[in-house]
Design a protein around this ligand. Structure first.
Ligand code: AMP
Length: 214
């Protein structure tokens, strides 16, 4: 199965994609996580991506498409759930071409609908585990021990791009460059809209039901 997870920053894409991947035995491929790791490890890609990420701008399509191509080639697993990718129409077209050349196509694009107000509220309370990348939210999704990851026990951190100014830019970038993907996938009849402002578990159950009918 090949799925794309759409939605603004802070819509819960990462959390839901990670849970769905586990449930459906798919690879969870988060371009944001891959890029953050490249920046941390100071790879060539990381050095090129850093400045864009710090401002909340998108990393150029060619770098992203090369990274995806490298990751999915030779993979014989049961499928992928793409999280945070594609972010632009050229990325979506590039992905379609890559899949077509393997005789594959996307099964669904799951769009988490969340208002601007809710996005700003969530990102200002968001923390993540630098080891396993799991995210938490104050006050809606707390770890068992305040400030530490339930899985790794590592101290939680705030993302550098979750500051008020960068969040504002990320939302603008989302509207200009990523939101058009909703129509792109609607035209291909694979878009499913999901209300992303409900309880995490309720949304997850909805997503599981939806994927069973794809
Ligand atoms: P995310 O964790 O998905 O919010 O991504 C964090 C940052 O990584 C974004 O603000 C972009 O700078 C960059 N990024 C992640 N995925 C992409 C993508 N598909 N295309 C371009 N830039 C991306």
């Amino acid at each position: 199965m090949l799925l794309v997870m759409l939605g603004p920053p802070g819509s819960g894409k990462g959390t839901q994609a990670s849970r769905l991947a586990e449930k459906l035995d798919l690879h969870h491929l988060s371009t944001g996580d891959m890029l953050r790791s490249a920046v941390k490890n100071e790879t060539e890609l990381g050095k090129k991506a850093k400045e864009y990420m710090e401002k909340g701008d998108l990393v150029p399509d060619s770098l992203i498409l090369d990274m995806i191509r490298e990751t999915i080639k030779n993979d014989q697993g049961s499928g992928f759930i793409f999280d945070g990718f594609p972010r632009t129409i050229p990325q979506a077209e590039g992905l379609d071409k890559m899949l077509q050349s393997e005789g594959e196509e996307l099964d669904g694009a799951l769009n988490l609908d969340v208002s601007d107000q809710e996005v700003i509220k969530r990102l200002s309370g968001r923390y993540f585990c630098p080891q396993c990348q799991r995210t938490y939210n104050y006050p809606s999704n707390l770890p068992e021990q305040e400030g530490f990851c339930d899985e790794c026990g590592v101290e939680l951190q705030k993302r550098k791009d979750d500051t008020e100014e960068v969040v504002k830019n990320r939302l603008e970038v989302y509207k200009k460059q990523t939101q058009p993907l909703i129509d792109y996938y609607k035209d291909k009849s694979i878009l499913v809209n999901v209300d992303g402002e409900r309880d995490i578990g309720v949304i997850f159950n909805d997503l599981v039901t939806i994927t069973q009918s794809l």
